[in-house]
Design a protein around this ligand. Structure first.
Ligand SMILES: [Zn+2]
Length: 345
């Protein structure tokens, strides 16, 4: 592995902010800031159960994943037209570009919208147009990963897949999100097998609040290429070995873990432990509007709380390109740019 020159603690946060990086775990509906929720509610004449931006923001005190999901679904209710989906994604891309994100893979939850009568076509066309515009406007490349909501049934996931197939060329992969505990990966074994046959890349949330057993079945039953979160894996030595050996990337989201009480504080977070064990961990923002920070905040706060170095910064950014679903030539181009940046810093 490439060795990076040490950087003094007072310059490390600058390095983290400036380094080129990929974001691989961002739910686009979770980038909806309260201001945009109110603006879209007004545009579409949707009544919100909150009187003001401030009241909505103050409701963002979560105790676990479910308490967050309740507000998250209320926020998404303002998204009606293709333009709404486009504008939401463009607001995220502008913010990501400021953080020197050069490539991103967006999760979207079509079932949250189709259940409200918004068509699959509206959702995907709005998001896809934003992905095209992000390249032209911000120089950020973007791919879409469609997620199934795991609290719903596998039958509903199959129906969602069917509705999405006409837009197959606009979707790079399939994911699994929403309430984890009690909804193990194997509940979706058949629909993931079908997605695999269809040639989609596969990822799944596992080991966020759920046990290491869920990470095992995400790997062995669903056959995913990346694990989203996966922080509970450190409780299982054999699993850690497997993840390291197969270079399975974990898309870790430290501020999300903090807000949802997965770890009591960032000093107790196991990001360094995962990296030092040879796992391909990455840093991501998950639902940045709700969890108190975009990707650079995740980097700088985690590094400030733990004993992480410029070497770890390099590993995290390098892993983010390696674990992406870009073509190999693109991955190499980004990795070379990262190396050049670190040498010049
Ligand atoms: Zn997530």
């Amino acid at each position: 592995m490439k060795l990076v020159k040490p950087v003094a603690a007072d310059r490390l946060s600058e390095l983290l902010r400036q380094m080129p990086k990929a974001e691989l775990h961002i739910h686009i509906e979770g980038s909806l800031e309260p201001e945009l929720i109110f603006a879209l509610a007004q545009r579409n004449a949707v009544a919100l159960p909150y009187a003001s931006v401030e009241e909505l923001r103050s409701a963002y005190a979560f105790t676990n994943l479910q308490s967050f999901l309740d507000i998250y679904y209320a926020g998404a209710s303002v998204l009606i037209t293709e333009q709404d989906f486009h504008d939401m994604a463009m607001a995220y891309f502008a913010r990501a570009a400021e953080d020197n994100v050069v490539h991103t893979e967006l999760f979207f939850d079509p079932q949250t919208h189709t259940a409200r009568g918004v068509s699959m076509e509206t959702v995907i066309n709005g998001l896809h147009r934003a992905c095209v515009d992000a390249q032209a406007e911000f120089g950020v490349s973007a791919l879409l990963i469609m997620c199934f909501l795991r609290h719903l049934s596998e039958k509903e996931a199959f129906e969602t897949l069917e509705q999405a197939l006409p837009y197959r060329d606009k979707i790079i992969g399939i994911g699994l999100d929403s309430g984890e505990v009690g909804n193990p990966p194997e509940k979706f074994a058949r629909v993931f097998a079908r997605c695999r046959e269809l040639g989609f890349h596969l990822v799944a949330h596992a080991g966020e609040e759920g046990p290491p057993a869920y990470v095992w079945t995400a790997l062995d039953v669903l056959k995913v290429e990346r694990i989203d979160h996966g922080v509970q894996s450190s409780k299982d030595a054999a699993l850690m070995q497997r993840l390291a050996q197969d270079r399975i990337a974990l898309t870790v989201c430290p501020l999300s873990n903090l807000k949802l009480c997965v770890f009591p504080d960032l000093a107790s977070h196991n990001l360094r432990q995962l990296l030092d064990a040879g796992l391909a961990a990455t840093v991501n923002s998950d639902d940045p509007a709700y969890f108190g920070g975009y990707i650079n905040e995740n980097f700088t706060q985690t590094f400030a709380a733990g004993e992480l170095t410029s070497q770890h910064a390099y590993m995290l950014a390098s892993n983010s390109f390696e674990a992406s679903f870009l073509e190999d030539a693109e991955k190499r181009r980004h990795s070379d740019r990262l190396s050049a940046f670190l040498e010049a810093f």
